[in-house]
Design a protein around this ligand. Structure first.
Ligand SMILES: [Fe+2]
Ligand SMILES: [Fe+2]
Length: 361
């Protein structure tokens, strides 16, 4: 028998207080053609998770636990990694995979709520239409990651860095800050990480699921690039500074280790639980810098989601001034404790066909 209604109310946790202006637009004509095209494309590419993926299939736990994903840093190619005991490698890889997947799921819930906010907050009708399709896409992503994690039987809480980023994006009352925080920083992180895991995993259902989800995320990133590129010439210097600062702060939540709440800190915690001392591991990996650099070169030389994708996107839109490059460089130096080169030298180009890029290896 079904539970009585009060028992079925979900447990409440603290939410995010938010207020922003819901903007009408009485002009229903297309205004930004590229966004109208993207909306039509999104309608055309809808898929139904329950029908398109084979949920009867059991998860290949062995293959899942070998899914090693470290934001594109190929440490598994180092001698250090290869010489670790097999049980340690197994523990680190499988725990990291559960951590990543859990954060994909929680991140998708945040994206679902922000996309719905954008329907209200963006001023252009084409942009409202598009955000409506993204809202549906993100609901489907929550659905598929939740279904996969249910099969896996393991879920971890959201990482503090990702939660802080989502809170900020949900809370801001400025649609352009929401757009840069969501469509550039969060979507760039998602697109890069999903592609990375899709290429790394040999677990068939996960590989298929991530391929479908990544195609949607490629459109979401495309929306941010097209919309903000269209808006960039209209911005005052003060507005540009505000947007750049917000993007920097959003990225900082994920990667600044000085406060101890970065994604890297969360991953280090997992390594520790798996019996691997992070400080020692990093010292050993640093000795094999040439191997890591060569492996990175083979994979296109991209260096994690922020430097490999988010910064090039900000540059392509025209939201990466010399001033903000200085902030990023200082943070990378302080957080990573080593000279990884200046973000001023990072690539400017983002792949023109994002959908083709996410499907490439
Ligand atoms: Fe998503
Ligand atoms: Fe998305």
């Amino acid at each position: 028998m079904a539970n009585p209604l009060p028992d079925r109310h979900p447990a409440r946790t603290a939410g995010v207080r938010t207020a922003f202006e819901a903007v009408y637009n009485w002009d229903y004509e297309p205004e930004i053609d590229e966004l109208r095209t993207l909306y039509a494309n999104a309608l055309d590419r809808q898929w139904i998770a329950l029908k398109q993926l084979d949920w009867e299939r059991e998860i290949d736990r062995d293959a899942f636990s070998r899914t090693f994903s470290m934001g594109g840093i190929p440490i598994q190619e180092t001698r250090f990694w290869q010489e670790l005991p097999a049980t340690t490698r197994w523990e680190v890889a499988s725990r990291s995979a559960v951590f990543m997947l859990s954060n994909f799921l929680h991140g998708e819930q945040g994206a679902l709520m922000v996309a719905a906010q954008l329907v209200n907050a963006v001023p252009h009708m084409d942009a409202k239409f598009y955000a409506a399709t993204q809202t549906l896409d993100e609901a489907r992503h929550v659905e598929v990651f939740a279904a996969y994690i249910q099969k896996l039987g393991q879920v971890q809480p959201i990482a503090p860095g990702l939660k802080a980023l989502l809170d900020d994006v949900l809370a801001t009352d400025d649609w352009m800050l929401k757009a840069v925080g969501m469509q550039v920083v969060t979507e760039g992180l998602a697109l890069y990480s999903f592609r990375d895991m899709r290429n790394a995993t040999e677990e068939p259902l996960l590989k298929e699921l991530l391929t479908y989800v990544s195609r949607d995320e490629a459109r979401h990133t495309g929306y941010g690039i097209k919309y903000l590129t269209a808006m960039a010439p209209t911005l005052s210097d003060a507005e540009r500074t505000r947007i750049e600062d917000f993007a920097f702060e959003a990225a900082r939540k994920l990667i600044d280790s000085r406060g101890g709440g970065s994604m890297r800190d969360s991953v280090m915690e997992i390594w520790r639980e798996a019996g691997l001392d992070p400080a020692w591991a990093f010292g050993e990996i640093a000795k094999e810098r040439a191997t890591v650099a060569a492996a990175l070169q083979r994979s296109g030389g991209r260096r994690g989601p922020i430097r490999g994708f988010v910064i090039p996107t900000l540059k392509a839109i025209g939201l990466f001034s010399d001033r903000i490059a200085g902030h990023f460089d200082e943070m990378f130096r302080a957080s990573l404790g080593a000279d990884f080169g200046s973000t001023r030298e990072d690539p400017t180009a983002v792949p023109e066909d994002l959908e083709a890029w996410v499907e490439s290896t």
